[in-house]
Structures are given as structure tokens and as C-alpha cells.
Design a protein around this ligand. Structure first.
Ligand code: HEC
Ligand code: HEC
Length: 457
């Protein structure tokens, strides 16, 4: 009797073991294939999981936040950095091409002011500011005209050459010297204010130069003086001090590397089946990784992909074309014509419109452009682009000029490729997995008031 019971139990145990094995095997295989996929992504994108940990000083970051949102840095005291880089619009401005001095409001509400009309639209789409404090980001602007360059004493190459490139903590910090000088972005035009007059006379450095005027404006506000004194001691505030804290703020506020994709590569999560299929395409057959590589989905290089161009273009005031030749304007090399920097795709879901002139509204459209760039350029029709009403604009000059279109098409380096609509949909789902939830509002968010007492956007 005991023996019979024992035998029956053995059978039961063996049966159970068998069942467990059959259940575990697919789980094991699934875990194995997820691990293979993870390894494939890490290898193809050259991602290592070690990261630079930044240490932040609360007082610096808070001061940077106030200055970032304060219109005091602009000639007419109406435009702040946030006017074109607002968290509500993914640290960009939600517009194809924005308006700077002479306009008011955020995103689609931005309007030209009738008493001080802007001269022209800003020629390029305002880029998002995510992860720019990370060491991989060494060149800035769509054409990389500001970049790290260790062969120079200052370590930075800028269009201003050696005027004032010392005292900045980083290339990101040096970036802040540009928008404040640009008449269209922040300075204003002609002699309408002390800053635009200085810019017009070419006075940048030294006493009564533009940066000095801005630093004095800031130091005359008690709250700023007090906060800076606590950081740098009781010396004169320089423009570089302002730029350095703004850079610290951008680095702190818009670090965006805790997305579902990051959780996937650090083994804490898996992605939905559609996003997983999109990721396989991105790092496999669709070859997106050949340009959108590394931890932030960019090679930080320049490529010509025949993106349609609208707006005034990047010409000097004395030139009358509407072209934007991209990287070539920086290097002078013909091979660089119409090349633009590969954008990072972090939080790309939040930063529509896309491309250097903001000509595509959806991720679906901009991916489809990549599949046949030349055809897409020639058949491009602007539809419902968010462009603030502006009567003097010559928005379509390039699109309606066959020979200009041909120049853009001739420079294209991206081979056509076939993907089904379903595959494009999966790529879009993958791109959405690059959104870090905290980026939807930022860490500190926007302040209600700023020390100058001026209106905050
Ligand atoms: C009127 C709109 C406007 C204002 C105001 C403005 N920016 Fe920008 N910003 C832009 C545009 C447009 C670009 C891209 C220009 C280009 O590529 O030629 C840009 C580029 C940048 C970049 C480089 C991003 C990258 O990925 O290369 C940073 C950083 C930046 N701005 C920070 C600032 C800061 C800090 C301020 C305030 C001091 C500011 N911006 C004010 C529109 C603006
Ligand atoms: C040859 C290099 C290259 C390849 C390959 C490539 N891209 Fe791009 N991508 C770029 C460049 C350069 C831009 C910006 C062009 C411009 O603004 O003129 C861009 C822009 C984008 C944008 C718009 C981002 C923004 O902020 O404006 C998205 C989205 C994008 N690419 C996704 C993809 C996907 C998905 C693939 C694979 C199907 C891919 N790219 C393949 C170079 C490339």
C-alpha cells in the first residue's frame, strides 16, 4: 500500500516537473531573445551603461532658472530664452519658424506686436534643449557653428572667433552669448534700445559692449545681485557668470534619460510589442542607427537628407537669396552643402514640428520623408504649418523655385528604402518610447515671477 502510494507520487512529481519545464522553456527563450535584442541595440548604437553623474548646486540652478525665464536679457525686455524654448512646447516653441523680438506669447499663441513689428521670421526651427549638458553634445545649432575645439586656447570654435570665449564653463554655456546678440531673437533692431544700438555698432566686448550692458542690467536688480554675490563673492557680475548658471539650469532641468527605452537597456523593463518591432527596425533593417546612433540617437555629425526649407533662409543682410546651405556656411566646403546636424531623438514625440525649418508636423510624415527624400522634397506641400501671422514673410521662395529645389535634391545622401505603413507605425511607437515622463513638465518648471518684475511667458 505504501509502495503504491509512493509510485503514484513519483508519477505526479515527474508530471509536474514536465509541466514546469514546458512552461519555463518559452519564458526562457523569450528572456533569451530579449537579452539578445538588448545586446544588439547596445552594440549597434555603441552604448555603454556607464554615465557621467552631474553634481548640481541648488543655488546655481535656481538662479539659472530665473534668468532663463526673465526677459531682462533682451533689448526690448519682452523676449526671454523661454519665449522660444518653453517646457509647454517640449523646450522648443511648437512653431515651424518662430518670431523673436517684436512678438509675444508661447507656441501657437505667439503674435507679432503691431507697434514693433519683427523684421523677419527666425530662419530655423527652434531646437529642444534636452540632455545638452551631457558630454556627448559638443556642437550646437543646426549647422554646428559653435563647437568644442581643443586646438584653440579657449577650447571653443565660434563664428565670433576669439571675441570673448574665455570664462565660459562649457560650450553649452558659451551658447548663451548668441541669442542675446541676435537682433531678430533678443537684441531688437536699429537703435530702439541700448542693447540693439551696441550690437549695431559692433560693440560686443569691453565696457559698454553688449554683454557688459546686459550684465550691468542684471546686477542693478537687488535680488540678482544678492544671489550672484552668494555664488561668486562681491565682485562685478560678468556675462559669463550669467551664461554659466543658465547652462547649469538647462543641464539640470532637461536631463532626459529615464525613458522606457532606458529602462529597457538597463534591464528594468521591456517595451510593447509594436515599440519592440520598431526598435528592431531602427537598429536593423531601416538603418536609422547609421546616423541616429549613441545614447541620444545622434552621431553629432552633419548629413544632407533633402529636408524641405521654408522661410527667409540664412543669408547675410546684404545677400538677397533665401537659401539655407547648412553646414557649408560654417566650413566653406562644397561637400557640406545642405547638411544639417543629426538631431537627437530624445523626447521627439514632444517637439513637433520637425526638420531644421519645421516643415513636418508628425513623426509619421518626417519618417516617410526619410524613405524617399528627393521625391518627398519635390512633392512637398506645406499643410497647416504653425507659423505666426506675419505679412512681410517670404515663406515659400525656395519651394517655388525649381533650381533651388534641385540644389537641395542633388546634395541628398540618403538612399530610398521601402517600409510598409505598419513598419512606419512601429518606428513611431519606438520613438515614443524615448520620452522621459519628467520632461513633460521639467523639474523646477517655470517660475511665476522673476526678479526684474517683467512678465513671464
Ligand atoms: C527667438 C527665439 C529664440 C530665443 C529667444 C532663444 N533661442 Fe535658443 N535657439 C533658437 C533657434 C531658432 C535655435 C537654432 C538656431 C540655428 O541652428 O541656427 C536656437 C538654438 C539654441 C541652442 C542650441 C541647441 C542645439 O541643440 O544646438 C541652445 C542651447 C539655446 N538655443 C539656448 C537658448 C538660451 C539659453 C536662450 C536665452 C539666452 C535662447 N536660446 C533664446 C531660438 C531662440
Ligand atoms: C543619413 C543619416 C540619417 C539616417 C540614416 C536617418 N536620419 Fe533621421 N535625420 C537625419 C538628419 C540630418 C535629420 C535632420 C535634417 C534636417 O533638419 O534638415 C534627421 C531628422 C529626423 C527626425 C526629425 C527630428 C527633429 O527633431 O526634427 C526624425 C524623427 C528622424 N530623423 C528619424 C529617423 C528614422 C526613424 C530613421 C530610420 C528610418 C532615420 N531618421 C534615418 C539623418 C538621418
Amino acid at each position: 500500500m505504501l509502495i503504491a502510494l509512493y509510485k503514484a507520487n513519483i508519477k505526479l512529481i515527474l508530471l509536474s516537473l514536465g509541466m514546469i519545464f514546458f512552461m519555463l522553456k518559452p519564458m526562457y527563450l523569450w528572456a533569451q531573445s530579449t537579452e539578445n535584442l538588448r545586446q544588439m541595440v547596445l552594440k549597434k548604437a555603441g552604448i555603454t551603461l556607464q554615465q557621467k553623474q552631474s553634481i548640481f548646486d541648488d543655488a546655481e540652478v535656481k538662479l539659472g532658472q530665473l534668468l532663463f525665464y526673465d526677459p531682462i536679457l533682451s533689448g526690448g525686455k519682452k523676449v526671454s530664452c523661454a519665449s522660444c524654448h518653453h517646457p509647454k512646447t517640449g523646450t522648443s516653441d511648437g512653431l515651424s519658424l518662430g518670431l523673436g523680438d517684436g512678438a509675444k506669447g508661447i507656441g501657437k499663441l505667439r503674435k507679432a506686436l503691431l507697434d514693433n513689428l519683427p523684421e523677419q521670421r527666425i530662419p530655423r526651427n527652434s531646437p529642444a534643449l534636452f540632455n545638452l549638458g551631457q558630454p556627448e553634445f559638443t556642437s550646437f545649432f543646426h549647422d554646428g557653428r559653435l563647437e568644442k575645439d581643443d586646438s584653440r586656447k579657449s577650447g571653443i570654435r565660434t563664428p565670433l572667433e576669439d571675441e570673448m570665449t574665455t570664462g565660459f564653463d562649457s560650450v553649452l554655456s558659451a551658447q548663451a552669448m548668441f541669442p542675446v546678440l541676435s537682433p531678430d531673437e533678443m537684441a531688437g533692431h536699429y537703435s530702439e534700445n541700448e542693447i540693439s544700438s551696441a550690437v549695431r555698432k559692433g560693440l560686443l566686448t569691453g565696457e559698454s559692449g553688449t554683454w557688459d550692458i546686459i550684465a550691468k542690467r542684471v546686477s542693478h536688480i537687488d535680488e540678482y545681485k544678492k544671489r550672484f554675490t552668494a555664488l561668486i563673492g562681491n565682485r562685478e557680475i560678468h556675462f559669463t557668470d550669467i551664461a554659466n548658471v543658465i547652462a547649469k539650469f538647462i543641464d539640470f532641468e532637461w536631463r532626459a534619460d529615464q525613458s522606457p527605452f532606458d529602462e529597457f537597456i538597463t534591464k528594468n523593463n521591456t517595451l510593447s510589442p509594436k515599440a519592440t518591432a520598431g526598435m528592431k527596425l531602427f537598429y536593423g533593417k531601416a538603418k536609422c542607427v547609421s546616423c541616429h546612433t549613441g545614447r541620444f540617437q545622434t552621431d553629432h555629425q552633419f548629413h544632407a537628407i533633402a529636408m524641405p526649407q521654408i522661410g527667409p533662409g540664412k543669408a547675410e543682410r546684404f545677400e538677397d537669396h533665401h537659401r539655407d546651405e547648412g553646414r557649408m556656411r560654417v566650413t566653406g566646403n562644397l561637400q557640406d552643402a545642405y547638411k544639417f546636424r543629426t538631431p537627437s531623438l530624445r523626447n521627439v514625440e514632444l517637439t513637433s514640428p520637425y526638420g531644421h525649418a519645421g516643415t513636418y508636423l508628425s513623426l509619421d510624415e518626417v519618417i516617410k520623408h526619410h524613405l524617399d527624400p528627393i521625391k518627398s522634397l519635390y512633392t512637398y506641400k506645406p499643410k497647416n504649418l504653425p507659423l505666426p501671422q506675419f505679412d512681410n514673410a517670404s515663406d515659400w521662395a525656395i519651394l517655388s523655385n525649381e533650381s533651388e529645389l534641385k540644389k537641395i535634391a542633388d546634395a541628398n545622401e540618403l538612399m530610398p528604402m521601402r517600409l510598409s505603413d505598419n513598419e512606419v507605425e512601429n518606428l513611431v511607437e519606438f520613438l515614443k518610447s524615448l520620452t522621459d515622463p519628467i520632461s513633460k513638465k521639467g523639474r523646477l518648471g517655470s517660475p511665476k515671477t522673476v526678479p526684474s518684475g517683467l512678465d513671464v511667458d
